[in-house]
Design a protein around this ligand. Sequence first.
Ligand code: HEM
Length: 405
Amino acid sequence: MTTTHQGDNQQDLADEKHLAERLSHFDLFSWEDQRVKWELFDYARGRCPVAHTDGNGGFYIVSRYEDVRRVMEDWETFSSTESPLVPTGVPSLCPIDDDPPIQSAARQLLNPLFSRKALAPYEEAMHQTAEDLIDAFVDRGSAEILNEYAGPYVGRMLTKVIFNDLTDEELNAAQELALAVAEGATPELFGQLFVMCTEYLERAKKRGITGDGVLARLVGGRFGDRPITQEEQVGCLGILVLGGLDTTRAAIGNIAYRLTQHPGLEDRLRNPAWVRRDMDEFLRLDSPVAAMARVATRDVELNGVLIRKGERVQVRFDSANRDTAKFRDADQLVFDEARSGHAAFGMGVHRCVGSNMARMQIEIAFEELLKRVKNVRLAPAADIKWVPGQSNALHTVDIEFDRVG
Ligand code: HEM
């Protein structure tokens, strides 16, 4: 017995050493780190909740729910400027790369445009877009959810809402580019997206902007007592596309995957109550935005670790959302209790501006899908891989199903 315990202890120590070592080099883009990520963050939360990694240029990884909250709520100490997790190669994106007061001025302008009420006029188009996409694969009895459904659906609707006063031709071009960005977010595509936003702004200004959409508010609006600069206008358009695309697409793919893993879930989602009752639990478990970054504006202690002015922190929403100090059975979907306070849409001043839109898109995507298909299952050749990076997103979700009726 004693020998076994000693052996177990030694194995535990070796495992811990291995995890500590791996955490100290954690690299967002490593497939190997991605594979063991939940084990790593579980270890981090237990043993070194603010761990330093030399990966991706050096970060303190903040893994516990309460620490994540503290960082997100203290924007004066943990700034969003000069802190991108992944360099985009494009100029600053307003409001995500700004702090108050510019960030709050931008939010004042954007929030009303993404309220449930403001989005209601797009609801019918969302249903129609989803239906059209399903038409294209329903007879086949199979689909790859991310690229045949979620990507084009989210891309089409997002561009329609953001660029709502464009001509059909311009909108088509924007949608094609959005789809390309959703399929592979390379620096080249980011660059093209910014060129596109700049050109659209220019053309829209020349033509005269009508209505009360995003463009109208950006061009006619003010941040406090000054006009909004061209760079801020372009950054704002760009982050709305980037912020809304991969995230909602990933969320739809993740939920579809969970449906294939738990047969009872499909019926749960046929009940419209799932939207208020269960959607957040899916978002908590597979937080589509895995992490964001902040930079310390002064020397600060976080959970016993001194972070010096200018050092960056990687705030892990996904790890916070699996913190058992906050959520019981955090690695499982738990529907039998009211869970609240997940971090999937962020916290504090930068909390997602598009959360209403995301929820609406997810709701309609599954309402339309489950009207037409049943017994959703993974295709035998499905290759389920979580892609490393800033998102919790699957590479592909190949499903098979039976037709309803
Ligand atoms: C399931 C889908 C989505 C998830 C999980 C998500 C998640 C997040 C998170 C975690 C943040 C906080 C970033 C930070 O603190 O640095 C954020 C901010 C943001 N999101 Fe979303 N988002 C989603 C959908 C959308 C959509 C549809 C849009 C566009 C309409 C959008 C636009 C933005 C913008 C512009 C910000 C920056 C807000 C600010 O800096 O004040 N997001 N989102």
